[in-house]
Design a protein around this ligand. Structure first.
Ligand code: FE2
Length: 190
């Protein structure tokens, strides 16, 4: 006989896995759109980074969805509910700051995974789920977040240098200084 505590944990697990499933769809669209819309000095590296990440999502979504169906039935992957969620979650997101959004959402996603792993570890009859979620956490923390953080820190360095250039470097115009600084960092200057 299943106790009240176990029923409550099952309900929490269903909600937690659904949040992970929805967030995977959001992140998939964010990274794929970042792939298409990358521009500026880091266009090509951003384009490739986003491609490397977005291509992992179909398998991740598939693994989580199949687990949800096995545990909670087909209603847990209802197509209308999923599309409503994605619409609501991304309706305010702009193409202009997708890199920043991706970084923030990856951090939140890793928190969601950690909560769900903790819950799964405290439950019976969910064999393999912790392994699946730990694999996701490893990929998102060890690769996606790492790449985004490195990219964000190079953007910050460029902003500092641009600021220095605008202040003037003692020789030539601010535009010329900015161009010299960018070249010295290996950025392509048009
Ligand atoms: Fe492409």
């Amino acid at each position: 006989m299943i106790g009240a505590e176990e029923i409550s944990k099952e309900k929490d697990l269903k909600e937690s896995l659904q949040k992970i499933f929805f967030e995977l769809w959001d992140l998939y669209l964010i990274f794929w759109t970042l792939h298409w819309t990358s521009s500026g000095l880091n266009f090509y590296s951003d384009h490739l980074m986003a491609e490397r990440i977005y291509k992992k999502f179909p398998n991740e979504i598939d693994s989580v969805a199949e687990y949800m169906v096995a545990l909670f039935g087909v209603s847990s992957v209802d197509i209308a509910t999923t599309s409503r969620h994605v619409f609501e979650s991304l309706r305010e997101v702009s193409n202009e700051n997708l890199l920043h959004v991706a970084l923030e959402r990856e951090v939140e996603f890793i928190d969601l995974l950690e909560d769900c792993i903790h819950l799964a570890n405290s439950m019976k009859n969910v064999a393999g789920l912790s392994n699946l979620l730990s694999g996701l956490a490893q990929s998102h923390q060890g690769e996606n977040l790492y790449l985004l953080q490195q990219r964000a820190s190079s953007k910050k360095k460029l902003r500092v240098l641009k600021f220095s250039a605008n202040e003037g470097c003692g020789t030539g115009s601010a535009k010329e200084c900015e161009s010299i600084l960018c070249r010295s960092l290996g950025f392509v200057v048009a």
